[in-house]
Design a binder for this molecule. Structure first.
Ligand SMILES: NC(=O)c1ccc[n+]([C@@H]2O[C@H](COP(=O)([O-])OP(=O)(O)OC[C@H]3O[C@@H](n4cnc5c(N)ncnc54)[C@H](O)[C@@H]3O)[C@@H](O)[C@H]2O)c1
Length: 267
């Protein structure tokens, strides 16, 4: 279903780790829609992930960058503008990692050094990406910056742990930076709040499979897939969404507005 919606645009995609990653689906769709992109991920992901294979398949550069390092991000934007031949039109921040979740610490017994690391990787990195882009004047007018979020930013999902606060912070950065980028050069900044999706990061959350099925039954349209999320990202990067900014956009089959769905009682 290629319509060349992104023809002539240049983008940077963070977070493609393997073929399940939401960012992988977005990168594939961006190229199919005519964009030129660079891929990026943490240096460790270049050792264990499949990013190089994806870069070869999509005929694009993969540039290592720890999203918590300003130096790495500066190099990423400079190199991307060089290899893509100009300023950037869109950015996807698709990064999440919690040390307390990974090490199975309960919410009532968190280690604070790990919590700070979690916030740095999962949320503050979004501010860093935007600040580097802003200071370098790296974004074209009417550009689009997106990050992926989850409804635990607004509602309580106990096993999502400290990632809930990470997502609240992430969404708040989108609103605040959306003001500065919008008034500066009409760049829009939004978050997409995605359904549970079977990926490495998603499956790391305790009880993920049961919760995935619950959300699927609760949502009138069912859970939105990673491919459907990629479609939505393409729309948000395209010129069709130019006046949408500072929003948290639910992409969840209707889950966020449900109270009770009788089909859940059949579980
Ligand atoms: N899977 C879900 O259920 C779900 C639901 C809603 C939102 N999300 C969000 O979608 C985004 C992408 O996650 P995913 O589900 O595709 O899983 P994923 O594990 O494929 O992607 C997470 C990515 O973050 C990268 N990353 C971790 N630390 C980094 C660092 N320091 N610097 C740069 N990159 C780093 C990882 O290498 C990986 O590529 C995350 O923000 C996640 O919270 C996921």
């Amino acid at each position: 279903m290629a319509n060349n919606l992104l023809e002539g645009k240049r983008g940077i995609i963070f977070g493609a780790l393997d073929d399940k990653s939401i960012a992988t689906k977005v990168a594939e769709q961006c190229v199919a829609q005519g964009a030129k992109i660079t891929l990026t991920n943490a240096p460790v992901a270049f050792r264990f992930g499949e990013i190089q294979k994806l870069a070869e398949r999509l005929e694009c550069e993969a540039i290592p960058a720890d999203a918590t390092s300003l130096e790495d991000l500066e190099n990423l934007f400079d190199t991307s503008m060089e290899v893509l031949g100009g300023k950037i039109d869109f950015v996807l921040h698709s990064i999440g990692m919690s040390l307390n979740v990974r090490k199975k610490r309960e919410y009532t017994n968190l280690k604070y050094e790990w919590m700070q690391k979690t916030f740095d990787i999962s949320a503050i990195s979004f501010h860093k990406v935007m600040q580097v882009a802003f200071q370098k004047e790296a974004m074209n007018e009417w550009g689009s910056i997106l990050a992926l979020s989850y409804i635990a930013a607004q509602r309580t999902f106990p096993d999502y742990n400290e990632m809930a606060e990470s997502k609240s912070l992430l969404e708040s950065f989108a609103r605040s930076f959306g003001y500065h980028f919008g008034t500066h050069n009409k760049v829009r900044v939004n978050t997409i709040s995605q359904s549970p999706t079977k990926t490495t990061a998603g499956s790391g959350v305790k009880g993920f499979d049961v919760f995935f099925d619950y959300a699927d039954k609760m949502s009138p349209l069912g859970n939105a897939s990673a491919e459907a999320c990629a479609d939505y990202c393409i729309f948000m990067f395209s010129d069709l969404s130019r006046y949408i900014t500072m929003q948290n956009l639910f992409h969840d089959g209707g889950f966020s507005n449900m109270g009770m769905n009788p089909s859940v009682l059949d579980i």
